[in-house]
Design a protein around this ligand. Structure first.
Ligand SMILES: [Zn+2]
Length: 295
């Protein structure tokens, strides 16, 4: 089984972090839920605000621990392998080394060591993750730095699988990132981006066209347009869908009829289930498949 949409530093098992750091981490799915009147439901904006609070309150302090990278990456890889994943493609923020005052080379070297030491049989690749909210010159510089590491270190080259764009979907139009994606494409990286998690079917088509994406993280709102589904099917673009993440953040209604999975299948759109953030949503790619089978 493959999981091609996960975020490396949000994919650990909660129990591993609790044990290793001797802390108690509340389950995000039930953390700080708003008091609602009868018939009211939490909005996406409220869920995202809760998520940001959870990250600030519980994750950011852990990230300050000197061995956070080792502990969380090891847990994420072991958790993926235990759940039956054989190929694991994860986004790793290209800004992470800088935030934690590490050289990009040292950072990738540490991740590679953890992989080889604890889950050498797992086919594991990094998608360099770029937040849409940051200035373009920073993104270009981070990509350049990482590509230089790849050129200098053939022993690490196999870890660089692709590129991913995330953060607020409409922070900047996809045209802004065209040159970044061309550089990545010329370097042989697989092109992915988060779109259609909250945004429209049309935004999925537009982003796929402008950035020449091979895969879309989420993209599930594409089911709202038969035209866009046909476009994705004809193009062979793969959607990496994460129903539990969508349910928890109220991003998309998977219980609607006709069934979204049926609509994807009937249109011939290729899709895979993925975990997104196992630490927050607690569902592996295998769990997602099982949940769908039973729904
Ligand atoms: Zn994601």
């Amino acid at each position: 089984m493959q999981d091609r949409h996960a975020h490396l530093l949000l994919s650990a098992a909660r129990a591993d972090l609790e044990r290793e750091f001797n802390v108690s981490l509340p389950d995000f799915r039930t953390f700080d839920l708003p008091a609602l009147q009868e018939g009211e439901t939490e909005t996406s904006a409220q869920a995202i605000a809760r998520l940001n609070r959870w990250v600030r309150q519980f994750l950011v302090p852990l990230c300050q621990r000197p061995n956070y990278l080792e502990v969380s990456v090891r847990s994420a890889l072991e958790q993926a392998q235990k759940s039956g994943v054989t190929r694991f493609e994860v986004s790793f923020g290209a800004d992470f080394p800088r935030i934690y005052h590490l050289k990009p080379e040292d950072c990738v070297e540490r991740i590679a060591w953890i992989h080889q030491e604890f889950t050498p049989d797992l086919d594991f690749r990094l998608d360099l993750g770029f937040p849409r909210t940051k200035p373009m010159e920073d993104l270009e510089k981070w990509l350049g730095d990482i590509l230089r590491v790849r050129d200098r270190r053939p022993d690490l080259a196999a870890y660089f699988g692709g590129i991913d764009l995330y953060d607020v979907e409409d922070a900047q139009p996809p045209e802004t990132f065209r040159s970044l994606f061309r550089t990545a494409q010329n370097a042989g990286l697989k092109l992915k981006a988060h779109v259609g998690e909250f945004g429209s079917a049309e935004s999925v088509r537009h982003t796929v066209e402008v950035l020449d994406l091979a895969e879309v993280q989420h993209g599930i709102h594409a089911v709202e347009s038969p035209d866009v589904l046909r476009f994705l099917a004809d193009r062979g673009t793969i959607l990496n869908v994460s129903p539990t993440s969508n349910r928890v953040l109220h991003a998309f209604d998977w219980d609607q009829r006709p069934d979204p999975v049926e609509r994807l299948r009937e249109a011939g759109v290729q899709f895979l289930f993925s975990s997104d953030d196992y630490l927050l949503f607690g569902a592996s790619a295998a769990d997602e498949m099982e949940l769908m089978r039973n729904s």
